[in-house]
Design a binder for this molecule. Structure first.
Ligand code: BYC
Length: 319
């Protein structure tokens, strides 16, 4: 058996040379475990992320808005599927991952446990939530694990469209009536802080960041990405004529970045541990959808088996 230290050295050296790790390559168990954890939680986030927006498809204010929202929600289902497939290349079954989500062992992004109360929330999700997702996910296109990196290229292209559709909704509201502008500001007030929480705990409290940076799964730390996000949002907020709800937000000449206030970490951990405003509703809805979709999975399996039998018969006739 090859010496484990030599294998580990070769593995790290491959990563340091920016060569992708592929499914059949040797990898440390902890690297495999970290990727299964991150990719599956990412997939779950895409799937659960359909719920707050799906809630508005029937109420979108015009046919054009409805079509765009419908397409966006469908894209998210697609992202979930690419990511489950990428995760399966690490030797885990999709059923097992879905079970982990349904019984609360696996996490998904905290952001999807907040309610969508008005149409402005749909615009703000596009602007801030998809904006934060893009900030976090563009570097994942350079992740050391090939299947995840390649899935992310496609996901990011679609996310950019989502962000634009959200911002366009908000630009329209910002030029609308007084009531529309109030609705916009109210949505920004409710989503700003949860969006900053999407980047995860501060670096000092993040158990996984240091190792994931060394393995080039993560290319930036949680705090670095959060800072980049705040910096780009300030000008975008000015264009929308909205105030970001943080009295400590101000330009710091020395740092060349915006300073911002302290995140309510107690709220973050409450939501992550399952006690946010919509956690129960989201998981109940997912479980129900899975149960009600059982016949589709059975039909697909029966069809696949029939096709396989037919192919086997055809090839035995040829032989
Ligand atoms: N919510 O050491 P840390 C999207 C957990 S966007 C819940 O920093 P890591 C979408 C973390 O899992 C959202 N849990 O961990 C957008 C860990 O717990 P475990 C999804 C969170 O992995 C629009 C613990 O806290 N994006 O899908 O190095 C529409 C310690 O954290 C959160 C991704 O998943 C959170 N916000 O860094 C539709 C991107 N933050 O696992 C859909 C890929 C942290 O030890 N993921 N935790 O039990 C990542 O980039 C990283 O996993 C994170 C966390 C930056 C999220």
């Amino acid at each position: 058996m090859a010496d484990i230290t030599a294998l580990e050295a070769h593995f790290q050296n491959t990563i340091d040379q920016e060569i992708k790790i592929e499914p059949k390559d040797w990898m440390p168990d902890a690297y495999r475990k970290t990727l299964i954890r991150q990719i599956s939680q990412h997939a779950h986030s895409e799937i659960v992320g359909m719920l707050p927006e799906g809630n508005w498809i029937t109420r979108a204010p015009s046919l054009r808005r409805k079509v765009a929202l419908l397409a966006k929600v469908q894209d998210e289902a697609g992202h979930g599927l690419y990511l489950y497939s990428a995760c399966e290349t690490l030797g885990v079954e999709r059923n097992e991952l879905v079970e982990q989500l349904h019984d609360g062992r696996a996490k998904y992004s905290s952001i999807f446990n907040y309610p969508t109360l008005t149409w402005a929330d749909i615009g703000v999700i596009g602007w801030l939530v998809d904006g934060a997702a893009i900030m976090n996910q563009v570097p994942l296109c350079r992740c050391s694990y090939g299947p995840y990196a390649r899935a992310m290229v496609r996901v990011c292209k679609e996310e950019s469209f989502h962000q634009r559709q959200g911002y366009e909704i908000l630009l329209t509201l910002s030029k609308g009536t007084e009531a529309q502008r109030r609705m916009l500001q109210d949505a920004v007030n409710r989503w700003w802080w949860p969006s900053l929480m999407m980047f995860g705990p501060n670096d000092a409290d993040s158990p996984h960041t240091a190792q994931s940076m060394k393995w080039k799964i993560k290319r930036f730390t949680n705090d670095e990405l959060r800072q980049k996000f705040v910096d780009v949002c300030v000008d975008q907020a000015k264009l929308l004529n909205v105030t970001l709800p943080d009295p400590d937000l101000k330009w710091n000449e020395e740092r060349g970045h915006y300073d911002f206030g302290e995140i309510n970490w107690d709220e973050f951990w409450q939501v992550v541990k399952g006690h946010g405003p919509c956690n129960k509703e989201r998981i109940d809805t997912r479980r129900r959808a899975h149960e009600e979709g059982a016949w589709v999975r059975e039909a697909a399996m029966a069809f696949a088996e029939k096709q396989a039998r037919r192919r086997a018969e055809e090839s035995s006739q040829v032989a």
